[in-house]
Ligand binder design. Sequence first.
Ligand code: HEC
Ligand code: HEC
Ligand code: HEC
Ligand code: HEC
Ligand code: HEC
Ligand code: HEC
Ligand code: HEC
Length: 296
Amino acid sequence: MRKVVLAGIVGLAALGIWLVGAQVYAVDESNCLQCHGKPGLKKKTPDGEIDLYVKVESLNTAAHRFIDCTTCHTTNPHKVETPLTKLSLAQKCGSCHQYEYKQHLQSIHGEQLAQGNTEVATCVDCHSPERDPHGVMRVLEYKAPAYKKNIAGTCARCHGDEQLMKSYGILEKVYESYMRSFHGKALQLGTYELAQLDAATCTNCHGVHDIKRASDPASLVAGMDNLAKTCDQCHVGGGSGLASGFLGHREASPDRIPVAHYTEVFLTILTTSVVGLGVLVMGTATIRYAANRWRE
Ligand code: HEC
Ligand code: HEC
Ligand code: HEC
Ligand code: HEC
Ligand code: HEC
Ligand code: HEC
Ligand code: HEC
């Protein structure tokens, strides 16, 4: 008898999870998830369908899991105008995070967003792995897109897309060149410990919520004076020396910084020949050894 009751309870729980979706650990005081926790809920708009499913798995680990739905959506969410665009999303985040929002609006990304460009970065592009307003992660979580070790990869979601960048006339391969640099390598080799992540990533040189065009005089990388100050944050006292020899994302070529270019070519030839010679010597030695053994 007890077994039947137990099986019944387990069955009911399974049915409940199946009906409501995954187990909810986030705050949901008004039971909004009885509808929005089920995949498939959609809204038809003139521009197409908008998914109204709130993914419970993301919600459960989100930075906002202890904030009730109605704090962000009012107690009458179906009566307020919710355009559900990339800009209205940023505005909602900005209603609480006013400082970040104000900076964002003055950055190249936010400025473009306000003008209707939806290809630029906004809050969820840098704070949620799935670009989900309900899946925002705390900055210091290892898997957060804004965690220092992951930032370059987050920018590369767009800045690693050659086609997209070409359409804006941004021709330097910024992600590849960064990953090849000593800073990129140092961050790649370091563990996830913050203490090991002291090298520069994109945001140390360009800013975080206030990223400007590289040619904007207010950019942290515009002109030798600004650039030297940027390097000086970490290379105390050595900024201007380092900045003057810095190539940025540009590759050295015969007509651009020829000394660096030919040094690179020379070093490549040198390492290749040293390694090649080593392989040759090892190879002949092995063959001679094998031949001797066989003869014996
Ligand atoms: C009985 C099911 C149900 C419940 C409960 C429910 N919703 Fe909805 N919700 C819907 C449907 C259906 C739509 C789409 C309405 C439409 O097509 O205009 C929607 C739309 C929305 C939208 C999109 C904005 C809009 O105006 O279309 C938001 C945001 C939203 N709901 C939030 C909530 C929140 C927050 C709660 C809890 C306080 C909640 N909902 C409770 C069914 C529900
Ligand atoms: C920390 C604030 C916050 C909390 C808490 C929050 N939301 Fe949202 N929600 C947003 C933002 C921001 C958007 C995007 C709005 C836009 O695009 O205009 C959004 C969008 C939505 C949408 C539209 C579909 C979508 O995913 O873009 C629904 C439905 C919704 N929320 C329901 C809920 C429910 C149900 C809860 C509680 C379990 C909840 N929200 C909790 C901030 C929040
Ligand atoms: C281009 C990427 C990017 C965009 C867009 C972005 N953020 Fe951030 N955000 C970051 C990074 C990276 C950090 C970590 C800051 C650091 O390391 O100092 C951060 C930190 C934060 C923090 C933690 C407190 C702080 O300021 O350090 C909050 C809150 C925040 N962002 C909210 C927002 C909101 C709201 C928006 C949209 C208006 C937004 N962010 C847009 C990259 C971004
Ligand atoms: C209702 C106000 C409110 C809204 C709207 C809101 N947040 Fe938050 N946010 C908070 C609070 C409060 C915390 C701190 C939560 C905690 O520590 O438990 C927080 C935490 C964060 C953090 C983590 C900061 C850290 O130090 O790691 C980020 C990132 C963030 N929010 C980004 C966003 C983004 C992006 C949006 C829009 C999708 C948004 N927030 C919408 C109130 C809000
Ligand atoms: C969702 C896509 C997206 C993400 C993510 C993104 N960006 Fe951008 N970014 C763009 C687009 C598109 C432009 C071009 C805007 C224009 O020129 O009008 C741009 C412009 C820029 C510019 C100005 C380039 C110039 O013309 O000088 C810089 C610098 C920049 N982004 C840095 C970053 C950094 C650093 C990150 C990561 C922290 C980042 N972006 C994340 C899409 C993105
Ligand atoms: C050590 C400092 C430093 C780091 C780290 C850095 N940048 Fe830059 N970035 C610069 C400088 C200096 C320039 C301007 C000169 C140039 O274009 O090379 C620049 C230019 C840019 C441009 C404009 C390029 C163009 O063609 O107009 C973009 C976009 C950009 N950086 C994005 C990024 C991204 C994304 C990352 C991380 C993957 C990153 N940067 C890391 C210093 C840095
Ligand atoms: C966020 C801190 C930070 C910023 C900003 C920064 N660097 Fe670095 N840089 C480092 C660290 C840490 C290392 C050591 C990396 C390693 O090898 O472990 C390093 C290494 C270097 C090296 C390799 C040689 C050496 O001294 O170890 C050069 C060259 C360099 N940086 C140039 C620059 C230039 C130029 C700028 C400004 C455009 C700059 N850095 C900005 C942290 C930074």
